[in-house]
Write a protein that binds this ligand. Structure first.
Ligand SMILES: Cc1cc2nc3c(=O)[nH]c(=O)nc-3n(C[C@H](O)[C@H](O)[C@H](O)COP(=O)(O)OP(=O)(O)OC[C@H]3O[C@@H](n4cnc5c(N)ncnc54)[C@H](O)[C@@H]3O)c2cc1C
Length: 296
């Protein structure tokens, strides 16, 4: 008989002393070892039988993983193991990256966010990941340690499909960095879930407006969650918003372009047609918010 709650299978817990040791272990046990941070995706997926792993490699304690630093010239660096609650409570993040704070607040509950990390949310590569849109729009770059040493991995092009990224066996994301944000930018994350207590997004929309020398006077960024196999950049909508003087009609036109540009699926959380309409509505509402804020 099918057991819907099978419990965790037997696993070996591995706690490497260095990034080199962790990477080597992950290469030697490719396909049967998995790095983890908060474990809020890993443990659930393994418990439910969706993933198999013989070894869970705890990378939380490795060098720099728990550091969070802000430099007024260079920007923000968040160690991979910094939990979302710590990010959201940081005064520099609140002042310079408010969209990241808002996105963290939408992830499940305070309890979960005391373990869940932004880097884990990104590496899990769910199209519904709440903090991915803000991480993309703030220009996030992962610092990844792999068999050849460290390299920088921008988030553009990082996502390859649900649960799939460009990371290879032995790669460990150590931190994510963001350049200094524009002091007059505005960013919002609007999420539609089945309830207010914490559900994955039926649709999520991150929007950002930044003053710029464009015909409209702004750069706009829009990233859509849960409407494609990867977080989706609404490029056509962004182009409309940069090319024309902004008013409510242009915002409505851009929201329609965002809707037309996505091809969501039907699943237990929502139908494709409903999702498309919600993309239009949330995009319009988000754009109205950031435009109102940024032109004050
Ligand atoms: C009850 C519940 C509610 C949830 N609600 C939400 C929600 O509302 N919104 C949302 O977006 N998510 C939600 N999630 C999913 C999850 O909490 C988030 O994706 C979280 O950010 C994952 O972070 P973590 O540190 O726990 O990742 P982990 O589970 O530790 O890892 C996630 C993935 O990243 C890989 N990984 C971990 N560390 C590294 C590393 N250093 N380098 C490379 N790969 C690595 C792992 O192998 C795994 O594939 C929920 C989960 C649960 C259990």
């Amino acid at each position: 008989m099918h057991n819907p709650h099978p419990g965790l299978p037997e696993l070996d817990y591995v706690k490497p002393a260095s990034l080199e040791e962790a990477s080597r272990f992950l290469v030697e046990h490719a396909g049967e070892a998995r790095p983890f941070l908060g474990g809020t995706d890993c443990i659930v997926r393994i418990r439910d039988g969706a993933w198999t792993a013989k070894y869970m490699v705890d990378v939380k304690g490795l060098e720099g993983m728990k550091d969070l630093s802000f430099d007024p010239q260079k920007g923000l660096t968040i160690g991979a193991a910094v939990p979302m609650n710590k990010v959201a409570a940081d005064p520099a993040v609140q002042q310079h990256y408010p969209g990241l704070v808002e996105a963290c607040h939408w992830v499940a509950s305070y309890q979960l966010r005391s373990r869940a990390t932004i880097v884990g949310n990104i590496c899990n590569a769910s199209p519904a990941g709440d903090t991915i849109g803000a991480s993309i729009l703030y220009g996030g770059v992962l610092r990844v340690f792999g068999p050849q040493g460290f390299r920088e991995v921008p988030l553009d092009g990082f996502f390859k499909g649900p649960g799939k990224t460009t990371l290879q066996p032995g790669d460990i994301a150590a931190s994510i960095s963001f350049p200094l944000s524009h002091p007059q930018h505005a960013c919002r994350y609007l999420k539609l879930g089945r309830n207010k207590l914490g559900d994955l997004a039926i649709v999520g929309v991150t929007v950002m407006a930044v003053p710029a020398r464009t015909p409209s006077g702004y750069h706009f960024g829009i990233v859509l969650a849960s409407v494609a196999p990867v977080p989706l950049r609404a490029a056509a909508a962004e182009a409309i918003l940069e090319s024309k003087e902004i008013d409510e009609a242009v915002i409505a036109e851009a929201a329609q372009a965002a809707m037309d540009g996505c091809k969501p699926i039907n699943d237990t959380r929502g139908g494709a047609a409903y999702r498309k309409q919600m993309v239009r509505n949330l995009t319009r509402n988000g754009l109205m918010d950031v435009w109102t804020k940024v032109r004050k």
